[in-house]
Design a protein around this ligand. Structure first.
Ligand code: FPP
Length: 260
């Protein structure tokens, strides 16, 4: 399992009501293009243009760790020309964006099985990670050829190969073997374009994530939309399986005897 460089130590958000880590399932590029009678790839290109304002708005709001789901392990089954166009777009985006992101102090990390990418793209990814590895202002994880199930299986295989006794496997050990080791789990997962599913994104890490689904298509998502998602998150009552307040006393309900 090829891993990205260790994540930088990133400062905490400016308020406890903000998520430390936001994951985004960027959906709706195809629908955006279809509504304009454009080819699907025009939607993906428009989707790339959304990334910078969203990242900047997150940062301004005080959120410094962002993970974008760019290409899933299932996306290979799209038409060949669309897959090729997406791969080309990833390479072009690295070429055009990394310099500025580096200047802004953003650490770029790719999560997913990069071994299936072309050697040229793998090299671009590696170089972008290496160039930005010392940055500490914010982290941008790009999930590319990423699938939550594959990540968990690869992590367990890795542990087995390293001779770890799997009969002693604990949640902490598994967490530390994932691509996201060293990062907090995403507090908030945003999905654009309205589908109510998680689509193999951060299955392990999403155990207690708040989910926010918006009808807005990814190319139309922007600073105001992310601010809306962060405001909705701030209103959520996160209980992590516990209760936030004692249950009301109900007359006649079981009570502990007074002597206890
Ligand atoms: C889903 O929309 C979107 C994708 C599978 C690709 C997302 C990729 C980008 C926005 C480019 C990101 C690039 C970098 C470098 C991070 P869809 O095509 O499934 O839309 P639809 O459901 O409306 O058809």
């Amino acid at each position: 399992m090829d891993r990205p460089p260790a994540p930088a130590a990133i400062r905490e958000p400016s308020s406890p009501e903000l998520p430390r880590h936001v994951g985004i399932i960027m959906d709706g590029n195809g629908r955006w293009a279809r509504r304009r009678h454009l080819p699907r790839v025009a939607g993906h290109r428009a989707g790339v243009r959304t990334i910078r304002p969203v990242m900047e708005a997150c940062h301004e709001a005080g959120v410094h760790i962002l993970t974008l789901y760019a290409f899933s392990t299932e996306n290979w089954s799209r038409p060949r020309h669309e897959v090729a166009a997406l791969m080309q777009l990833f390479g072009e985006t690295i070429d055009s964006e990394v310099g500025e992101m580096h200047a802004e102090g953003i650490q770029i990390r790719a999560i997913g099985d990069r071994s299936k990418l072309s050697p040229r793209l793998q090299e671009k990814v590696r170089a972008a990670e290496e160039r930005t590895s010392g940055n500490t202002r914010a982290i941008l994880n790009v999930a590319i050829n990423y699938g939550g199930r594959n990540e968990i299986v690869a992590a367990v295989r890795d542990l087995a190969e390293r001779g770890v006794d799997l009969t002693t496997l604990s949640p902490t050990m598994l967490s530390q073997a994932l691509y996201t080791t060293g990062l907090p789990d995403p507090d908030l997962i945003i999905r654009t374009a309205g589908e109510m599913r998680i689509s193999n994104f951060m299955l392990w890490q999403a155990a207690y994530s708040e989910i926010y689904v918006t009808e807005t298509l990814w190319p139309d998502f922007g600073a105001a939309a992310i601010e809306g998602a962060l405001a909705a998150y701030a209103r959520r009552d996160r209980r992590f399986g516990a209760v936030s307040e004692p249950p009301p006393l109900v007359e006649g309900a079981l009570r502990a005897p007074a002597s206890l």
